[in-house]
Structure formats: structure tokens, C-alpha cells
Design a binder for this molecule. Structure first.
Ligand code: CAA
Length: 288
């Protein structure tokens, strides 16, 4: 299938990532079916992304008519068959739970058209984990977006051993058509590329603070002012979510057996206290 043949998109999962992926795709002119099991989550996704788009209108970065058109292009549903039945590309963005993801892929594969590309936005699970759940693994791969998905340019296109060449080519072109910069990841290495670099750097920042070498605030200042990264590692963890960060690290430890991924107390203690970052109003820092 070519990128020209992608006309309708389904996004499965309306959390932080899924909702912004849906609206990014809609902004680029594609009709999108956004699925969640929960009506409340769908309402909240529409409300939150609507506000983000309105802010762009107020700042003069988006025309009101383009904002309205994008809002109209997203239809929400709690019916998976309705979401995926006419989709040429399904992007799954549900919680990082292997059993849940496998069940979702089996269900999606039953209701999506034979020709549809099925993509997972998972950051910790390569599409190989699901290859036996779908009818056509040649059409399966990872399309990995970054948080916030309407802002960050990168999409990692991760080739699995089962992924057909034309699926990879089409996914790369689709990412460009939605205004993103795709990077092709040729092997299913843990963390792919950007997370592998960022989260190992984050581990170093955590260790420097735990060892008393530097304060958390100064570690973040060093990364921002010395490396020119937009956020320090503690700020980034708060943005991503400390529970998500812990999961990425512990999956890294589990899947690679490498000690460098093992989450350390500075992170796990916050998670145990329910201080999960911006989403709970407090993580390493209180939310602004
Ligand atoms: N959702 C949507 N849009 C957001 C946003 C959010 N949560 N936060 C900020 N923005 C938008 C703002 O509205 C603003 O948009 P305009 O340019 O259209 O006005 C733009 O982003 C810049 O925001 P601000 O001016 O408020 O602040 P900033 O200049 O400090 O940028 C940032 C904020 C874009 C988040 C920037 O700090 C940044 O790039 N941080 C690094 C983020 C990063 O590394 N993300 C990857 C995380 S790892 C990951 O996602 C992978 C994974 O698997 C978990």
C-alpha cells in the first residue's frame, strides 16, 4: 500500500499520546476515528485538544477555519469496529501492558480491513511482541511519537523482522505528510533511538543527585545550559510521567538484563508516593 492510499485513520486509545496523535493527524487533513473504552476519556481528549488548538488560533499560528475543520475531522467512538472498520492505518496508543496490547491487537486485526497498516505507539514493546496476534504481520510496525505529540517533530518508524518493505516506506511517507520528521529504526533495539539516549542520560542525572554530586535543580540547569536540551532530566521525567519513566526503565532492565536501566530510589520513591509528575500536580517539582 502507498501513502496515497491512506485516507482514513483510526487512533485506538485517547490518553495523553493518543489524543494528540489524533489531532495532529486531523490537522493534516485526514479523517480520524478516535477510540477509547471510556466516553469520559473521549470527552476529555476532545476538550483538552480543542483548547490546545484554540491557543494556536489566539497566537495567530492557526486559522480559525483550519481549527474548526480539524475538530470536525475527529469522530469519537467506544466501538472498536466502528473506529477501525474503514481505517487504512490504525495507530494503537494504549497503556504499556503487554496482555492489554495483545488483546487489543487481536481485536483490531479482526475488525480492520485486510490491507490496513497496524502500528503501535509503544515505547517499550516492539511490534514483534504482537506479530502472532494479527492476520498480516507484514503490515505491522512501531510508529513511535513523542510527548507532546502535537509539538515534537520526531516519529520513529521501527521495522520488525515481519514488517514488509512497502509498509516501512508508506509509514515514513505518512509521517512526513502529517508534518513530522521520521527516523527509520532498522532493528527492534530496546528504547529504539531517542528514548535509549534520553533515558540513559536521565539515569545518569538521577545517580548524580543520589550520590550528592549535584542538586536536582542544578543538574537540570546543567543539562539546559550546558547541553542546550530544552528541559533538564528531572523536568523531562515530570513531563513524561514518573510512572511512565519507571516503566520504561524497568522494561529496559527486564528486556536487556542491563543494570544501567534499573530504576533507582529517587524515582521509585516518588512513584510509590503517587507523585507522578505534571499529571498529579507534583513529581520531582510541584507543577506550575
Ligand atoms: N501539549 C501540547 N502542546 C504543548 C504542551 C503540551 N503538553 N506543552 C507545550 N506545548 C506547546 C505550547 O502550546 C507552545 O505552542 P506554540 O509554539 O504553538 O505556542 C509550544 O509547545 C512551546 O511551549 P512553551 O512556550 O509553553 O514552552 P517551551 O518553549 O518550554 O516548550 C516543550 C515546551 C515543547 C515541552 C519543550 O520544553 C520541549 O521540547 N521539551 C522536551 C520534550 C521532550 O523531550 N519530549 C520527549 C519526551 S520522551 C517521549 O515522549 C517518548 C516516550 O516514549 C515517553
Amino acid at each position: 500500500m502507498t501513502a496515497d492510499e491512506i485516507r482514513t485513520i483510526a487512533v485506538v486509545g485517547a490518553g495523553t499520546m493518543g489524543s494528540q496523535i489524533a489531532y495532529q493527524v486531523a490537522l493534516s487533513g485526514y479523517p480520524v476515528h478516535l477510540y477509547s473504552r471510556s466516553n469520559e476519556r473521549l470527552t476529555s481528549a476532545v476538550g483538552h485538544c480543542g483548547k490546545l488548538l484554540l491557543k494556536r488560533v489566539e497566537k495567530g499560528k492557526l486559522e480559525q477555519t483550519d481549527c474548526d475543520a480539524a475538530m470536525e475531522r475527529v469522530s469519537t467512538t467506544t466501538d472498536l469496529a466502528e473506529a477501525c472498520g474503514s481505517a487504512d492505518l490504525v495507530i494503537k496508543s494504549v497503556a504499556e501492558d503487554r496482555r492489554l496490547k495483545r488483546d487489543m491487537f487481536s481485536a483490531i486485526s479482526e475488525v480492520a480491513p485486510e490491507h490496513a497498516i497496524l502500528a503501535t505507539n509503544s515505547s517499550t514493546m516492539a511490534s514483534s511482541f504482537f506479530a502472532d496476534c494479527v492476520r498480516n504481520p507484514a503490515r505491522l510496525l512501531n510508529l513511535h511519537f513523542f510527548n507532546p505529540a502535537m509539538v515534537m517533530q520526531l516519529v520513529e518508524v521501527v521495522r520488525g523482522p515481519h514488517t514488509a518493505e512497502d509498509t516501512v516506506t508508506t509509514a515514513m511517507e505518512f509521517a512526513r505528510r502529517i508534518g513530522k520528521t521520521p527516523v527509520l529504526v532498522n532493528k527492534e533495539a530496546y528504547g529504539f533511538v531517542a528514548n535509549r539516549i534520553a533515558f540513559i542520560a536521565m539515569q545518569e542525572a538521577f545517580k548524580l543527585v543520589e550520590e550528592g554530586v549535584v542538586s536536582m535543580e542544578d543538574a537540570d540547569l546543567a543539562v539546559r545550559n550546558g547541553l542546550g536540551w530544552p528541559m533538564g532530566m528531572f523536568e523531562l521525567a515530570d513531563l513524561v510521567g514518573l510512572d511512565v519513566t519507571e516503566n520504561i526503565l524497568s522494561q529496559g532492565h527486564y528486556q536487556t538484563g542491563e543494570e544501567r536501566w534499573r530504576p533507582t530510589p529517587i524515582l521509585t520513591d516518588h512513584v510509590a508516593r503517587g507523585e507522578l509528575g505534571r499529571k498529579t500536580g507534583r513529581g520531582f517539582y510541584p507543577s506550575r
